[in-house]
Write a protein that binds this ligand. Structure first.
Ligand SMILES: [Zn+2]
Ligand SMILES: [Zn+2]
Length: 249
């Protein structure tokens, strides 16, 4: 019944190219052709942050990351079509598009995934109330179903942060500094050396942060820092899109 209702309410055309869906694919929001146009992020890359390697010298993007954040991977480059899909997820009131985005993230390889729990990057409370949902949590749940891994909203955002789009890398770091805290009580982590009663039951399991877009990694690094302070030693991160880092030099 609910599905039939959704069919009526949802657009019968691809969100990106406006092509009409044939009936069997109508559960999708983005058509197969557009999804196949999304350009996967592929090696050679920095093994830690997944960014294409600089031609000279070590990677600078992940040099200041907390030690716990061991790897970050993104599914596709954020060009026009992928950007439109993220925009629909965030601002278009179309949380169901998370299924399409998660489908592209399924093949992301992060070590320890088999035993990991997924932790969405939280929104500030006002922003989540305004939007009606947290897009990263929708992504995490769609991916968690595909990976067969639990989603644990471990983090809360302690203050609203400005939209990062127009900020330089240094300003991005300052913008998110101290923005995350642990939601005590649902986690399998040590706080000041003491075990916290756990919903995960396995404090050794890796934590996979889930977000929609990776730009400089500042948000993911800050979230990993909050988890590290609580005793987590293996944090990984996955995002749907990866923006080409703007050149601020
Ligand atoms: Zn399309
Ligand atoms: Zn790197």
């Amino acid at each position: 019944m609910r599905e039939a209702l959704e069919q009526l309410l949802l657009p019968a055309e691809c969100l990106v190219c406006r092509a009409l869906f044939s009936f069997p694919t109508s559960r999708r929001v983005v058509c197969d052709i557009c999804r196949h146009r999304w350009r996967p992020v592929q090696p050679p890359w920095c093994r830690r942050c997944g960014q294409p390697e600089p031609h000279f010298g070590p990677c600078r993007l992940c040099a200041d990351w907390p030690a716990a954040l061991q790897a970050a991977r993104s599914a596709v480059w954020l060009d026009a079509s992928a950007r439109a899909a993220v925009h629909a997820l965030k601002y278009g009131g179309l949380p169901r598009i998370a299924e399409d985005l998660a489908e592209a993230m399924v093949r992301l390889e992060v070590p320890g995934r088999e035993a990991a729990c997924l932790v969405p990057i939280p929104l500030g409370r006002a922003r989540e109330r305004h939007r009606g949902y947290n897009q990263s949590e929708r992504l995490a749940r769609a991916l968690g179903r595909r990976w067969g891994r639990p989603v644990v909203p471990l983090l809360i955002r302690t203050r609203e942060t400005k939209t990062q789009t127009a900020l330089t890398p240094a300003a991005r770091l300052a913008n998110v500094a101290g923005a995350f805290q642990l939601r005590i009580g649902d986690c399998g982590l040590r706080i000041h050396g003491e075990h916290v009663e756990s919903a995960i039951r396995n404090p050794k399991s890796a934590i996979v942060l889930v977000d929609d877009v990776f730009t400089t990694g500042a948000t993911l690094a800050e979230a990993a820092r909050a988890l590290e302070r609580a005793g987590a030693d293996t944090v990984l991160a996955v995002t749907f899109g990866r923006a080409v880092v703007p050149d601020f030099t």
